[in-house]
Design a protein around this ligand. Structure first.
Ligand SMILES: *Cc1c(COP(=O)(O)O)cnc(C)c1O
Length: 400
């Protein structure tokens, strides 16, 4: 249990709950109540029923034979791309909206970058008939227009945020600001393993269904319930947390996470927070953040809107620091190539975020019978334009 959150909300030196005074009582109340609610039989029953009938779980664990051949290992893909709304994010929003309802909240707010978490939140709000407001940087509103229209169609109100760089980080700040004004009736559905305690733990638990399924699916397919390697991409860290949750303390399993290198982690155009960041406080938690000497947050750069965040969740900061996880920085061109490769070799167009995990394969050395489970966090429909615009990065796959 050494990588789990402690009773004060910390993962080693990272985490905690650094919130404005006006939110103390609300956050404390959530800290005191969340486990009691999500561990009841009633909650689990409703949550798992919805995951099955509404989200479409369990997501398949697919043996990728051509890619296995190429990389000299036994590669299995955990297909979160097949979930309703196209990514793992819905696992978390289903759980949090059930929690919000049980806590008697009537208004939902969320932040979003690429719009995937906004869509997943708007979706569960429509499902439950609850009022939904989403904060989104004005820059992202422009470049992710389809997701904005989806949210509106689902009945959500989208607030363009015009502070700072007008991207995800600013949207988070604005959501927290709104929460400060409506602490009693509003539930903030956080989209990744970030934010003040208990959010990183809450989100990790909601995503842990991923590794819960991997366990029995591997047992069924290969007669043992653990792989040699787990691979996932990491932005705030939620799909990675879900993928590794039930294996964190199992040292037989090596964990490799791919963060977004952008143009290269040593350049100014990067989102590789674990490589480049230093300890600071952002959006309610102590974690690794990209900042200048004065503690000003620096903008993150990556081709992938879903990984475009200058921080990374506290659980992952601690695990990386303890040496439990190996972190690779995957650059834009490598991710694009990885995305095309999965498309051509297995007929699966992955989200550009997930393509970072695919690209990690090339940087690793496997033995023939190593069992590798790689999470495909989302599907690439939203990224077709990006793939086409950058097909010169795809090598031989770009000649069409
Ligand atoms: C949002 C998103 C991510 C990054 O978020 P995590 O919390 O790190 O998982 C990765 N993949 C997809 C498809 C996403 O939508």
């Amino acid at each position: 249990m050494k990588y789990q959150v402690d009773k004060n909300g910390f993962y080693g030196e990272f985490g905690g709950a650094y919130v404005p005074e006006i939110l103390y009582a609300t956050v404390k109340n959530l800290q005191e109540q969340y486990l009691g609610i999500i561990e009841t039989e009633e909650f689990k029953q409703e949550y798992h029923q919805l995951l099955k009938d509404y989200v479409g779980r369990p997501s398949p664990l697919y043996f990728a034979s051509r890619m296995s051949e190429k990389y000299g290992c036994q590669l299995y893909l955990k297909r979160e791309d097949l979930n309703h709304t196209g990514a793992h994010k819905i696992n978390n929003t289903i759980g949090q909206i059930l929690l919000a309802k049980k806590m008697g909240k009537t208004r939902i707010i969320a932040e979003t970058g690429a719009g995937q978490h906004g869509v997943a939140t708007a979706t569960v709000c429509a499902l439950m008939g609850m009022k939904c407001e989403v904060f989104m940087g004005a820059t992202d509103v422009e470049r992710q227009h389809t997701n904005v229209e989806r949210m509106k169609m689902l009945g959500a109100e989208v607030h363009p945020v015009r502070t700072g760089n007008m991207t995800l980080s600013d949207a988070c700040s604005e959501a927290i600001r709104d929460w400060c004004c409506h602490p009693s009736d509003t539930f903030y559905i956080v989209g990744s393993t970030m934010g003040p305690h208990p959010y990183p733990d809450l989100v990790a638990r909601m995503q842990s269904v991923i590794s819960e399924e991997i366990k029995w699916q591997l047992e069924e397919k290969i007669g043992r319930d653990y792989p040699d390697y787990l691979i996932a991409c990491i932005g705030g860290g939620s799909n990675a947390a879900g993928t590794i949750y039930h294996y964190m303390d199992d040292e037989r399993v090596k964990i490799v996470l791919a963060e977004a290198g952008g143009h290269g982690w040593q350049t100014d155009h990067t989102a590789a927070t674990i490589h480049k960041g230093t300890t600071g406080i952002l959006h309610g938690a102590k974690m690794l953040v990209m900042q200048n000497e004065d503690g000003q947050i620096e903008e993150a750069f990556t081709i992938s809107a879903g990984l475009d965040y200058p921080g990374v969740g506290p659980m992952h900061c601690n695990m990386a620091k303890q040496g439990r996880t190996q972190i690779l920085a995957i650059n834009d061109d490598e991710a694009i190539r990885g995305g095309y490769e999965l498309t051509r070799m297995e007929g699966i167009i992955p989200a550009i975020e997930s393509a970072h995990a695919i690209a990690a394969l090339e940087k690793m050395k496997f033995k023939k019978d190593d069992v590798v489970v790689l999470t495909v966090s989302g599907r690439g429909d939203k990224d077709v334009e990006t793939y086409l615009k950058n097909k010169e990065m795809a090598g031989e796959y770009g000649n069409f």
